[in-house]
Each structure stands twice: as structure tokens, then as C-alpha cells.
Design a protein around this ligand. Structure first.
Ligand code: ASP
Length: 346
């Protein structure tokens, strides 16, 4: 047989093989939709700031990207359809329970959550801390509404599904994907209000990147150091935790107001390495003595807040993430010492 006919035969074999591989042979990936810009619509295709987030349903999102079927057997579930500023603890509990139940099924390889970008990092951390599975959980959003020129949602969704379908994505904790790059949900944060490359893990970096629909990982699978797990399977609601932002001249009025409103814990977005005015620091010390948990984070946007004289240093948790971790810790009945260990600042 000539070289030419061998090439022809292998080309035909390849062709038959790829026709034979149906979507049903691909890894099962469930997409949970919560709303956000990825499901947003505007009257103008050039207006990327005035639009209604959470306008399109999960079926529309899936239908818009038929290529999803090339990388996975996808199914969709609508959890909510809101701008992420309206994602509540109730929605997070519903989402976490749904994902935990679904990932237990052998035919499901991973979960994708579509979410508004504004609070995405909070929900992503919540899932990272409450989903017990080695299977991939990928949280994805978009910075441009679905109706915009060069909308980033469709490609982000395709890459998120490809990541959730990837064997190499297992045992890494939850991941956040936007703009061809993915990072650990534990560390990632939104760093810019409008641009598409807004998500970064400032100190820790990305876990990998995409070319086309192929994920490239920079490291072997590993979980963030010290990441705890919280079982919320029986939790119906979470304790109130408020975040209070530090500024010059600050007094204790907002702390008192938070406690009067029912806060069971407080996060201070301190300046620098968790600094506070003398009045706030004295109040935090007094609350800590009484066993009321106050976590002190930083308003700087990145870095580690070390052990504090008053309150609990937040470690790598920024204020909004510290709030999620503190809510889960209080809900679990964690002691002061245990809470310190979660933040890595004992
Ligand atoms: N306002 C939107 C939201 O968080 C922004 C976004 O999705 O990018 O739902």
C-alpha cells in the first residue's frame, strides 16, 4: 500500500471516529445560571455600562453557543436571574446544595455557574468553601452584555464548560474564569469596575489560560493552603455579618448600628495592614473580649492582614471575602481560636 493510500485510510478512519463521537460521549457539565451581565441585554450594541443584567434565561445562553456540545454534554438550571448585587445568602445556599447533589452523580463531571461579576468573588468563595467534591466548579461571568459588539460572554461560557469538562481541572477547588484566564476562587478578586481583564489573584496569580477551547494549567492540582470546608446541607439561613469601611475621623457609630441591626460578626475594612482609628480599635478590643467576632481586613485591595492586637487579622481574605468566611464560621459555631485558624492569623 502506498503512503498516499495509508494517509487516505487514516483520514477516513479519523473522520468516522469523530462522526461517531456524539455529545452524549462527552463529560456531563451542568450550568447553573444566576443572572448578571453574561445574561444582560441593552438597546444599544455599543453601550457596555447601561443595560439590564439578568435579562436572558439559561436556555438562551446555552442555545447561543452550540459549540458547547463539542466539549461537553450540557444541561442547564436557572437558580435566579438577578444582577449580582442582589445575590443573597438564600441564593448561595440553594446553589451550593444543588451543586453538591448534582456532582455526586457519576455521569456529571463538573459544574459551571454563570454570575454577575460585581459580587462574583463572594459567591465563588462560598462555593469553594461549601462544595465537597474533587470535581471542577467553575464560576464565569462577562463584562459586556450579550447584546454588545464583541460580547465576551459566549467565549467565556464555552471556556468555562471546557474547563469543567477537563480531567486536569479536578482537585483544585472552585475556579473563576473570564477573559481566557482562570484563577482560584479562594484568591481572585475584581480589580477594575469596567474593563474585561478585571479578575486577578493579585498576589497568587492565575492557575492557567486558554487557547481556543484548550485549558493550559501552570501547576499540578493543588488546593489553596488552609482552605476549610463547611457543611451547609442543613443550613436554612446564615448569620448577619456586616462590613465597615475605615476612614480618617471614624467613630464607633456604624459598629453600634450594625450590632443593633442584628450583626453576629463584623468585618472591618481597615487601612493598610488592618489599621483603625483609636476609637474603633478600642471598640473592637472590647467586643473581642466579650467573644463577639470582629475580623480586620484591608481596604488596599490585596495583601495579608497579620495577627491583630484588637480583632482577628483576615490573612489573605479581602473584606467581602472575609464576610463570607466569617458567616460560615459563625454558622458552624466556631470558637475564637478556630476562627483565627480559618484566617491563618493565630
Ligand atoms: N452588574 C452586573 C452584575 O454584577 C455586572 C456584571 O455582571 O458584570 O450582575
Amino acid at each position: 500500500m502506498s503512503l498516499c493510500s495509508i494517509r487516505l485510510l487514516s483520514a477516513i478512519a479519523l473522520c468516522i471516529a469523530s462522526f461517531g463521537a456524539s455529545a452524549a460521549d462527552k463529560p456531563g457539565v451542568v450550568i447553573y445560571a444566576t443572572g448578571g451581565t453574561i445574561a444582560g441585554a441593552s438597546k444599544s450594541n455599543t453601550d457596555t455600562t447601561n443595560y439590564t443584567a439578568g435579562s436572558l434565561g439559561i436556555d438562551v445562553l446555552i442555545k447561543a453557543v452550540p459549540e458547547l456540545n463539542d466539549v461537553a454534554t450540557v444541561s442547564g438550571e436557572q437558580i435566579s436571574n438577578v444582577s449580582s448585587s442582589n445575590v443573597s445568602s438564600a441564593i448561595l445556599l440553594k446553589l451550593s446544595k444543588a451543586i453538591n447533589a448534582k456532582l455526586a452523580a457519576p455521569d456529571i463531571h463538573g459544574a459551571v455557574v454563570t454570575h454577575g461579576t460585581d459580587t462574583l468573588e463572594e459567591s465563588a468563595l462560598f462555593l469553594d468553601l461549601t462544595v465537597k467534591s474533587s470535581k471542577p466548579v467553575v464560576i464565569v461571568g462577562a463584562m459586556r452584555p450579550a447584546t454588545a459588539i464583541s460580547a465576551d460572554g459566549p467565549m467565556n461560557l464555552l471556556e468555562a464548560v471546557a474547563l469543567a469538562a477537563s480531567k486536569d481541572a479536578e482537585n483544585r477547588g472552585a475556579m473563576v474564569l473570564l477573559n481566557d484566564r482562570f484563577a482560584s476562587a479562594y484568591y481572585v478578586t475584581k480589580t477594575n469596575s469596567t474593563v474585561v481583564d478585571t479578575f486577578r489573584a493579585v498576589e497568587q496569580g492565575y492557575l492557567g489560560m486558554f487557547t481556543g477551547t484548550v485549558p493550559h494549567f501552570y501547576y499540578e492540582a493543588a488546593k489553596p493552603v488552609g482552605k476549610p470546608f463547611f457543611d451547609v446541607s442543613k443550613t436554612e439561613s446564615l448569620p448577619r455579618v456586616d462590613v465597615i469601611y475605615t476612614y480618617e475621623d471614624q467613630d464607633i457609630a456604624l459598629i453600634d448600628a450594625a450590632i443593633a441591626a442584628g450583626a453576629k460578626g463584623i468585618v472591618i475594612a481597615g487601612s493598610g495592614n488592618g489599621a483603625m482609628t483609636a476609637a474603633v480599635k478600642a471598640k473592637v478590643a472590647e467586643l473581642s473580649k466579650k467573644g463577639f467576632p470582629v475580623v480586620v481586613s484591608t481596604r488596599t485591595g490585596s495583601g495579608f492582614v497579620s495577627k491583630k492586637e484588637a480583632g482577628i487579622g483576615s490573612g489573605f481574605m479581602n473584606p467581602q471575602k472575609a464576610r463570607i468566611l466569617l458567616m460560615l464560621a459563625i454558622n458552624d459555631g466556631a470558637s475564637d481560636e478556630k476562627i483565627r485558624s480559618y484566617f491563618g492569623t493565630f
